[in-house]
Design a protein around this ligand. Structure first.
Ligand code: PEP
Ligand code: MG
Length: 316
């Protein structure tokens, strides 16, 4: 039944033993929705709402936002899942009306949920627009906050989301503190979505925009994978979904490792969907877990990738 919902007869994401790993799209605008469906996206795992706000001197109105969210949700009617992230401003995406341009370390500053909380009217308008679009469409809307680092922030955001009638409210896990306390974060949130780009940056203490430290920016690093495993285990223990929406999910071999660490969905740019779908099909859940153990046992990113590649070749 799931298969019938996909465009062009594409099969839904699954491991060789049939374990479903829905494959979702990362999108930056409602305009990209049709192409994502055509590429076999089963839904949206990360809708970056920044595009609505970037290059604007003022926040877009509730009406302008509602129009865009309605367009997005309409493309995934029939109860398909769409995870929308509230505005992630600051650091690499500063906004004139939200961020202080004079922070010395903007990646460690008032970004993501921190800046929305300091400008709660903007967050409330965004939640209003999302709730209105939700009421007008029949996609399965999930809403999440970026750059959450504490249980208290998780509580703040989920309570606010519920105030607006949003049914499924979660957080991104992209700061090590949130990953380490994933069991407590997931007691509060309905789901977690791991942002491996920032999680890698913050775990290795290496600016994701700085070429001179780009060598540190690999989600294959066992320190990053161990944190992801913590979140996966917490999700499994509590029956809460744990998605991955960073670039790591687009690496076909790493995608298998992520499934082995407990990821329940993978979200990526639509161009990566086909290769990841093929790769998942080659391994059972047991094999994926074994590959995850192999990666976790390595000393570094390159060693992890090499060891997993060798072990995977023995499975196929
Ligand atoms: C991430 O950090 O992995 C992520 C998905 O969010 P962004 O790349 O937009 O910061
Ligand atoms: Mg991020």
């Amino acid at each position: 039944e799931r298969a019938a919902a996909l465009a062009g007869g594409v099969e839904p994401g699954a491991l060789a033993d049939g374990t479903a790993i829905p494959l979702l799209a990362n999108l930056g605008s409602a305009e990209g929705a049709e192409a994502a469906v055509a590429a076999g996206a089963e839904g949206v795992g990360l809708f970056r709402t920044e595009f609505l706000f970037l290059d604007q001197r003022m926040a877009p109105t509730v009406e302008q936002q509602r129009e865009q969210y309605t367009k997005l949700l309409s493309a995934f009617g029939g109860g398909r899942k769409v995870v929308v992230r509230v505005l992630d401003a600051g650091a690499d995406k500063p906004l004139e009306f939200l961020n202080d341009a004079h922070e010395d370390n903007p990646a460690l500053g008032l970004r993501g949920l921190r800046s929305l909380r300091a400008n709660e009217d903007i967050l409330r308008e965004q939640l209003t627009a999302l709730a209105e679009a939700d009421a007008q469409t029949d996609a399965d809307l999930w809403v999440m906050a970026p750059m959450v680092s504490t249980v208290e922030e998780t509580r703040y955001f989920t309570e606010l989301g519920r105030e607006y009638g949003l049914k499924t409210v979660g957080v991104m896990v992209e700061v090590p503190s949130a990953a380490l306390l994933a069991d407590r974060v997931l007691r509060v949130a309905d789901f977690a979505s791991i942002g491996t780009n920032d999680l890698t940056q913050y775990t290795l203490a290496a600016d994701r925009l700085l070429g001179s430290v780009a060598g540190f920016q690999s989600p294959w690093h066992p320190a990053v994978l161990r944190l992801i495993g913590e979140v996966g285990a917490a999700g499994a223990a509590q029956g809460k979904p744990v998605g991955i929406c960073g670039e790591a999910a687009a690496d076909p071999l790493l995608a298998v490792v992520l499934a082995g660490l407990g990821a329940t969905t993978l979200s990526m740019s639509p161009a990566a969907l086909a290769d990841v779908r093929l790769s998942l099909k080659r391994y059972t859940l047991g094999q994926a877990r074994s590959l995850a153990e192999t990666a976790l046992a390595a000393d570094g990113a390159a060693e992890a990738r090499e060891a997993v590649r060798a072990a995977a070749d023995r499975f196929t």
